[in-house]
Design a protein. Structure first.
Ligand code: SF4
Lengths: 281, 184
């Protein structure tokens, strides 16, 4: 049976999700910040962690953005094969939702119309949209506003197969070391290993959406997530980059088959304002 | 916790050391990428800057829009290194210091030493909290730049940490390893 979904409904949901994502963090993010706060040992680091917790309470109570950088809106769609989208074009419907969400939610408009000419579009459009056609008759939408302090220091490495696991670990640690305070630590690290040049980047971004309490289904990758987290927290960058043992809250890795000649690694860093809201229509 | 007033007194500033926690009260000015670019163009054309930078603090910040009844939206720091190319000229003109997040270039550190100024770090991503320290906000230049316009802010007890002091001691990069790092 074909299910009909009107684009007006999509617009309305996207609008609400932009606002929700920018005012409230998910429960797993809040828990991770709280737990890290208790474990932090340096005085400056502890102060920063306390500020972050207070900040979340103020943002939620007063319904204001957690961070003034309310990001570029990244939208993931899982479109069920049994869904028929009616009305406007899907892309227009999404951007209209972004436009309204950023306006009505008093969110900052941070998008320029051209990467080199750089005139602000004044409504935070367009979004970056990733869509997949999947089985079923539902439409799953995720809105993830991405801040650029942490986006700017994300990296792709096209490693050689012989670089192996050690090469991956080295690349991740180097990326985070270079990022320092600019990424607004404590960070969440999303990693995509395998696929092609673009596939590893998209997997890295998707990895940021995963619940921090969940680990990879692949045992050796789950172990690598834990191992990397420990090593990152030994870098000493700390909350706000002021020193301490809370540099990352979690490391999430996604993998995909790849070519005999390559080992692509995408490392997408997100600050402690790791925003994402998912709804299923 | 040390309290200081802005604009900053150069003698007071010399008492601050990298790592000190500070509360700033008084008048500060916001400017980020686009405003710095315009100020640099003005300097090249020998025009006057929108405000006299002498002893002032520049906060690298572009707020989110204010809701009705709100003084300002969320107001946390942006990455300072993007302003590195512009900073030495402003410090040479007498700018007291900067507030932002992240490391500075060695040129900026040298200029901080040469001009006996200071660079403070505010907590990135704590924009809702930091907005509560702002008592008033007025756009004084480049209104067309929207969030990037220059704003004159009155602040009370804005929490920052001295990231680079007037002698060039810096906090970033000298971080201590975590405690459970025997494996390294
Ligand atoms: S990196 Fe994140 S926390 Fe830092 S300023 Fe950007 S959105 Fe805010």
């Amino acid at each position: 049976m074909i299910r009909k979904i009107h684009t007006l409904e999509i617009t309305k949901n996207i609008k609400e999700m932009c606002i929700e994502a920018n005012y409230y963090l998910s429960a797993d993010m809040k828990d991770a910040i709280q737990q890290a706060s208790q474990k932090e040992t340096t005085t400056l680091g502890k102060n920063v962690m306390q500020q972050l917790q207070k900040n979340l309470i103020i943002a939620a109570d007063e319904k204001i953005p957690i961070c003034q950088d309310t990001g570029m809106a990244v939208v993931f769609l899982d479109i069920g094969q049994g869904v028929h989208i009616q009305g406007d074009s899907l892309e227009n419907a999404i951007n209209e939702g972004i436009r309204r969400g950023y306006e009505e939610g008093y969110l900052r408009k941070s998008i320029v119309h051209d990467p080199l000419i750089r005139k602000n579009t004044k409504d935070n459009t367009p979004a970056v949209i990733h869509s997949k056609i999947v089985a079923g008759n539902t439409l799953k939408i995720t809105v993830a506003p991405k801040g650029f302090g942490s986006e700017n220091i994300s990296r792709i490495f096209m490693l050689k197969p012989s670089d192996g696991k050690e090469g991956v670990i080295k690349s991740v640690l180097q990326t985070i070391q270079d990022a320092g305070a600019n990424a607004c630590p404590p960070i969440v690290v999303g990693i995509g290993i395998g696929g092609t040049f673009e596939k590893c980047a998209i997997m890295a971004k998707e990895a940021l959406l995963r619940n921090l309490k969940e680990h990879s289904d692949i045992p050796y990758i789950a172990e690598m997530e834990q191992d990397l987290l420990e090593q990152i927290n030994c870098l000493g960058i700390g909350p706000g980059g002021l020193g301490g043992n809370t540099t990352a809250l979690a490391v999430n890795i996604n993998t995909y088959p790849t070519h005999i000649a390559g080992l692509p690694v995408g490392i997408n860093i997100c600050c402690h304002v790791n925003r994402h809201v998912t709804r299923i229509l | 916790m040390i309290k200081i007033n802005a604009p900053i007194n150069k003698e007071e500033l010399k008492k601050l050391r990298a790592g000190d926690s500070i509360l700033i009260s008084g008048i500060i000015y916001t400017a980020r990428d686009a405003a710095h670019q315009r100020m640099a163009e003005s300097l090249k054309k020998k025009e006057r800057l929108p405000f006299d930078v002498q002893n002032q603090l520049i906060y690298y910040m572009g707020p989110s829009p204010s809701k009705p009844g709100q003084i300002i939206g969320s107001a946390g720091p942006t990455t300072a290194s993007r302003m590195d190319t512009y900073t030495p000229d402003l410090l040479d003109l007498g700018l007291g210091g900067m507030i932002g997040k992240g490391k500075r270039s060695s040129e900026v550190i040298h200029s901080i030493i040469k001009n006996a100024s200071v660079y403070f770090a505010a907590t990135g991503g704590a924009g809702a909290l930091l907005s509560k320290c702002i008592l008033s906000s007025d756009i004084i230049a480049y209104e067309d730049l929207g969030t990037e316009a220059i704003r004159k802010l009155e602040v009370k007890d804005l929490p920052v940490v001295v990231a680079i002091d007037f002698m060039g001691n810096h906090l970033y990069g000298n971080a201590l390893p975590g405690t459970n790092c025997t494996s390294l």
